[in-house]
Design a protein around this ligand. Structure first.
Ligand code: 6PG
Length: 479
């Protein structure tokens, strides 16, 4: 087998197969391998006309087909399967070779693997690939981790196959070791929040405005032409316009209302808790999925008293729709701001130098949260690399100001009517928390000192203090 392949893909499930095809379509000679060789043969048989594939029946053949420094992409299930494939190939590789993990791996696993392979002179590059099967084939958003040396080799390949917006690739070196997988995880967390916010807006238009799914599809199509324009809004309009073939009913009404989750949103929340980074919209979205699946609890609560839902007139429904648009947009700004804050918190924790504007740039296309909105975020960070919050950018701040009344009216109306809006209300609560002059955390500190002597700071002088609650009159201790 002569070493002619500039890139190799092992693991030819739909994502791996489509990624291999994408590289081949862009002129690369692509070595392909799969644990069961039948898939390899099927790929070449069905898509061999799209470019140059080198089919490898074994790990040895696969490695032998790769030109130096070897670059192989693992596209298998995150977790132990990835470790198994790494162990299978590493003994066959030489110093300087590059192993890319294109699965949805947990960034902590990637940091562990990167350190282990670095010990053996190899580059391990955790890479977030967003956009699903279609993106893998026609242009994903690619978040590359690992060393700058490995990106010097991988960059042109990934930038070539990624989505492009305004002529710019939606691929970038995010940062070292696990930074690429970390940012992909945050992408998925934001995806959860975005989807939940959209679902809550749909529920309000359905239950309060009294619109049919088809009417709500028209509202989302209209919103998709404006500041809310995004892939998720676009597909929501399509889903809501869809009729179930078997029953003729609106498709959304025949889908069971228990949400699944593969886990990347959960990871985002777990990691955020460790970082003390409040991604409350993502958290509420993740818990909302869990709550929707708790059938016994839901049966126990069903029928308990809630709010009242007086119908709206058509004029009132139109006004309410405008309020919901403001609430959805403002909540989205907060959810994205939380996501970017989490990336900054992680960069500080793990020593990554992440270009926050580049993250927005490469999410403008290819990924699931792709949206024109991301160009606004890119521009905000381009104008001020040290922006602490999106609300520090004038246009976002003005939009949030403009949303104050409708945002609050929407949450109040949902509350009065007993309609759950956990993500929209969490975003509003986060906004009110951060802008508060004084928070009730002062009382928490006093309580903690009372029962646990955990001490507190004062507003009027430096230091940590403890009050001797059991002996009134005794001066407080200064720690
Ligand atoms: C992407 C997607 C993808 C993700 C599922 C989400 O960026 O292409 O985010 O990586 O796995 O679409 O699945 P769950 O909703 O089940 O977590």
């Amino acid at each position: 087998m002569n070493a002619s392949a500039s890139i190799g893909v092992t693991g030819l499930g739909v994502m791996g197969r489509n990624l291999a095809r994408n590289f081949a379509r862009h002129g690369a000679t692509v070595a392909v391998h799969n644990r069961s060789a039948g898939r390899t043969r099927a790929l070449v048989q069905e898509f061999g006309h799209e470019g140059t594939f080198v089919a490898a029946e074994s790990a040895e053949e696969f490695v032998a087909a790769l030109e130096r420094p070897r670059k192989l992409i693992i596209m298998v299930q995150a977790g132990p399967a990835t470790d198994a494939v790494i162990e299978e190939f590493v003994p066959l590789l030489d110093a300087g070779d590059i192993v890319v993990d294109g699965g949805n791996a947990h960034f902590a696993d990637t940091r562990r693997r990167e350190a282990a392979l670095r010990e053996r002179g190899l580059h391990f590059v955790g890479t977030g690939i967003s956009g699903g099967e279609e993106g893998a084939l026609n242009g994903p958003s690619v978040m590359v981790g690992g060393s700058t040396e490995s990106y010097a080799v991988l960059g042109p390949l990934f930038e070539g196959i990624s989505a492009h917006v305004d002529g710019e690739p939606c691929a970038a070196h995010i940062g070292t070791d696990g930074a690429g997988h970390f940012v992909k995880m945050v992408h998925n967390g934001i995806e959860y929040a975005d989807m939940q916010l959209i679902a809550e807006a749909y529920d309000l238009l359905r239950q309060v405005a009294g619109y049919t799914p088809a009417e709500i599809a028209a509202v989302f199509r209209r919103w998709n032409a404006g500041r809310l324009g995004s892939y998720l809004i676009e597909i929501t309009a399509e889903v809501l316009a869809h009729t179930d073939q078997a029953t003729g009913a609106p498709f959304v009404d025949v889908v069971a209302d228990a949400a699944g989750q593969k886990g990347t949103g959960r990871w985002t929340v777990q990691t955020a808790l460790d970082l003390a980074s409040p991604v409350t919209a993502v958290a509420q979205a993740t818990f909302a999925r869990a709550a929707s699946g708790q059938s016994d609890l839901r049966a126990a609560y069903r029928g308990l008293p809630g709010g009242t839902t007086p119908p709206l007139s058509r004029t009132e429904a139109e006004r309410f729709t405008s309020q919901v648009e403001h609430a959805l947009y403002a909540s989205k700004v907060i959810a994205y701001d939380q996501g970017w804050t989490m990336i900054q918190d992680a960069a500080a924790e793990y020593g990554w130098k992440i270009d926050l504007g580049a993250v927005a740039r490469i999410w403008r296309g290819g990924c699931i949260i792709r949206a024109a909105f991301l160009d606004r975020i890119r521009a905000a960070y381009a104008a001020d690399r040290d922006l602490v919050s999106l609300l520090g950018e004038m246009e976002f701040a003005m939009e949030i100001t403009d949303a104050q009344v409708p945002w609050r009216e929407t949450v109040a109306s949902a509350t009065r009517r007993g309609i759950p809006v956990p993500a929209i209300s969490a975003a509003l609560a986060h906004y009110d928390t951060l802008r508060a002059e004084r928070l009730p955390a002062a009382l928490l500190q006093a309580q903690r000192d009372y029962f646990g002597a955990h001490t507190y700071a004062r507003v009027d002088r430096p230091g940590q203090f403890h009050t001797h609650w059991a002996t009134p009159g005794r001066p407080e201790t200064t720690n």
